[in-house]
Design a protein around this ligand. Structure first.
Ligand code: TXA
Ligand code: MG
Length: 305
């Protein structure tokens, strides 16, 4: 049985105690809900891969409560990385750094690098703080499905495979974090998110331009696979309303307020499947700021099977 709890003191304690017992917890973050495990417990980490149906070489993100905890995980932090986390943490920003030998290679998928972030959601940080260890958490969906942005989504996707689900409300951002690889000379965006390329470029002004390496197969990031954020229904993309057929099917409009569109996207895609629709039209946002991340996820949702 899944224990569903509020994000109050007893709820947070229930989550921490489950993590201590090596169980999995549905964790609210500001981006999407995570499927959390104690990052120092290899058995619990293996269970994440099992429950998600995720290939074992697809690495997890470690979540920490405070940026001062990064040196305990990272084998060196570049100047550019330091600038990014100073401005971007807590928040929807993940950095990839060289991993200390003490970091579980189950979490890193066998690699010597590790992805880390300090989530913006205070409940997530409080759970990690009380546990006193980093928490590994991929999005709390089965592999290849749409990420969950409410506690209900987590329960309906994972059922009793997750011991405790903490209800922290609907996620404020609604898209997965921006991932920046900081292991190279110049940082590279591996996955666009709410921390935008424009913001990163501005922050790293003197450090040289960020190369957006989406589609570059060199680094293993399953978020870069085609059709990673896919509903069952066929998704057809439109640059404007002009090409949307008049009487045909359902429409998700992402051309208005981009923050609202991002926040609601995954819930809309789930609704489409719940209604057993075979087809949904989506009007795209402009390709700037958060619109870049939104278009990235929509392109993947629409990619052919
Ligand atoms: O917003 C988020 O990042 C959410 C919440 C729960 O924090 N988490 C999330 O995790 O989206 P997941 O597992 O669905 O996506 C993790 C991404 C994958 O694309 C993975 O390849 C990449 O992070 N990643 C993890 N470790 C990496 C590494 N060492 N090098 C390159 N990419 C890495
Ligand atoms: Mg995911």
């Amino acid at each position: 049985m899944t224990q569903r709890v509020e994000s109050d003191d007893p709820g947070i304690d229930a989550a921490v105690s489950a993590l201590r017992d090596g169980l999995l917890v549905g964790l609210p973050t500001e981006t999407v809900y995570g499927l959390a495990a104690d990052a120092t417990n290899d058995r619990a980490l293996r269970r994440i891969f099992e429950v998600k149906g995720r290939p074992v070489d697809h690495p997890l993100i470690l979540h920490i409560a405070d940026r001062n905890d990064l040196p305990g995980i990272a084998d060196g932090v570049s100047e550019a990385c330091r600038v990014l986390i100073e401005h971007g943490w807590p928040g929807p920003l993940t950095v990839v750094v060289r991993a200390r030998a003490t970091v579980s290679r189950v979490a890193t998928g066998g690699q010597d690098t590790v992805a880390v972030r300090v989530p913006g959601h205070p409940v997530a940080r409080e759970i990690i703080r009380r546990l006193g260890r980093p928490v590994a958490a991929p999005s709390a969906n089965r592999f290849g499905h749409v990420s969950p942005t409410t506690a209900d989504h987590v329960v309906s996707d994972l059922g009793s495979d997750v011991a405790v689900v903490v209800d922290g409300g609907a996620c404020a951002v609604g898209l997965e974090s921006t991932i920046v690889d900081c292991t190279q000379e110049s940082p590279r965006i591996l996955r666009p998110g709410a921390v935008t390329k424009e913001q990163i470029d501005r922050l790293l002004n003197v450090k040289g331009a960020v190369i957006d390496s989406r589609g570059d197969g060199g680094v293993r990031a399953p978020g870069m696979l085609e059709r990673h954020y896919a509903p069952v229904a066929r998704v057809i993309l439109h640059e404007s309303w002009a090409t949307v057929p008049r009487d045909e099917g359902s429409v998700i409009d992402c051309s208005g307020d981009v923050v609202d569109a991002a926040k609601g996207l995954y819930a809309r895609l789930r609704e489409v499947d719940e209604l057993n629709l075979t087809l949904v039209h989506v009007v795209l946002p402009a390709e700037a700021g958060l619109g870049v991340a939104l278009r990235d996820r929509l392109r993947k949702a629409a990619a052919g099977r």
